[in-house]
Design a protein around this ligand. Sequence first.
Ligand code: S3P
Length: 432
Amino acid sequence: MISSKIVGGLVGNPVIPGDKSISHRSIIIPSISNGNCEINNILKSEDVLHTLNAFKNMGVNIEEFENKILINGKGLNSLKKPKKEIYLGNSGTSARLLAGLLSSQNFKSVLTGDASLSKRPMKRISDPLSKMNAIINTKNGCLPMYIEGQNLISTNIEISIPSAQIKSGVILAALNTSGITKIIENNITRDHTEIMLEDFQADITFEKEGNKKIIKINGKKELTAKDINVPSDLSSSAFFIVGALINKNSNLILKNININPSRNGILIALNKMGANIKFNNTRKVNNEDVCDIEVQSSELKGCELDEDISKLMIDEYPIISIAAAFANSPSIFRGLSELRVKESDRLSLIQHNLKNCGVSCEVQDDDLYIYPSKEYNVVNPNIKTDFDHRIAMAFAIMGTRIGSLIIEDSLSINTSFPTFIKEFNGIGGNLS
Ligand code: S3P
C-alpha cells in the first residue's frame, strides 16, 4: 500500500467497524449460553472470523448475514470435540481466550496460528490455568497449544501481567469449574468479558481496590443468551482521529464508538496533548459506554505518559507516536514492555519506521522518546510492518503529512479493519 500526502483535510463521517475485542466475546459467550442470540454490527475481520470458525468447528449453530450473526447456544457443556486443529491465524485474543475455555471442556484440542502468532508467548495463559489443574502443553512456551480438557479445580489466581486476554482466559475456564474462582488482577485492564458475562447472568462479582481488581466467579451456572449490539472500535477510530488532528481543515464525526473507561487511555492522552475532540450523545449499550466522537484539526503539544495509562491504551502507541511526531514539543511514553510482545515488536518497529521517516526518537529501557520537528526528510520510504496491522495503519496516517510511504505487507489490515482503505479514501485520504 502507498500512502501519499493529502490535499485539504479529512472531512466526513467514516464508518468504523465493530469493536474487535467485543466481537470475539460476542461469539464465545453466546456459544456457551442457553438460547438464541442476535449479534449486530459484529466485526467481520480475519481475526474474528477465526474465532467464529472455531465455534462452528465445535458444532455451534451459527448463521451469518450481511452485518449480523445468529447463534443458538446450548450451554456450558455443549461444545463438541473439533475434528481437526483449531487454526487462529494472527489472533492472540482467540488463542488466549480459547485456551482458558477449552481447558475446562471434556475433550482434547490443539490451537495453532500463523508465523507471527506462533512466536507470541502462551505460557502467560497456560501457567495461571495450570494452577486450576489445566493440562496444556506448549511448544517452547508458544503455539501449538495441546489442551487436554478436563474438570478443573477452583482456586485463587493472581495475574501480574497486565493483560485482558489472560484474565479473560481464566474467567472462561472458571465458568465451567465447580466452586468459586477468585482472580486478583494486579492491573486493571479492559473489562468487556466481565460486562458481557454479567449481562448473560453469570454468577460473577467484582470489586476494585486501588489499582487492583478482584473478580469472583461461581462456576457451573448456566448463562442466559441476550442480543448484542457491538459498538464500533475505538482502537480503529484512533487512526482517523489522529489523521484529522494532524491535518489542517479536518472535521470528522465517528458514530457509535465504544469509550469503555478501561481502554479509553488514547482519549485521555490526546486531551493532554490539546486535541479538539467532543463526545456527543453519550449512552450505554449492553452496559458498554458508547458515544459519537467529533474531532477537528488541532495544534498538539507533546506529553508525558506514565506506565499506568499504558494498560488503558496498549494498542494505541503506534498511532499516538504519529500524533507526537507532529506536536510542538517532545513526548515521553513510559513502561512499554508489553508492546514488544504484540503482533510484532511494536516498540522496535515504531522507532525504526519513525527514524526512516526522518523523526528523531529513541528507546531507553521500555520508554519511548519522540522529538518532533517542523519538517521531515524521509530517509527510507519503505515502512517495515512485520505483518502488524496497527503499524501499517499508523504509518498510513504518517504518509498523509510527509508523502509517499510504501507500507509493506499491508494486507495485515484485514485482521482488524478490512474497510480501512475505502473509508479513509472516502474522507479525503490518499491510499493506493
Ligand atoms: C485484547 C487485549 C489486549 C489487546 C488486544 C485485544 C482483548 O491484549 O492488545 O488487541 O481483546 O482482550 P493483552 O490483554 O494481551 O494486553
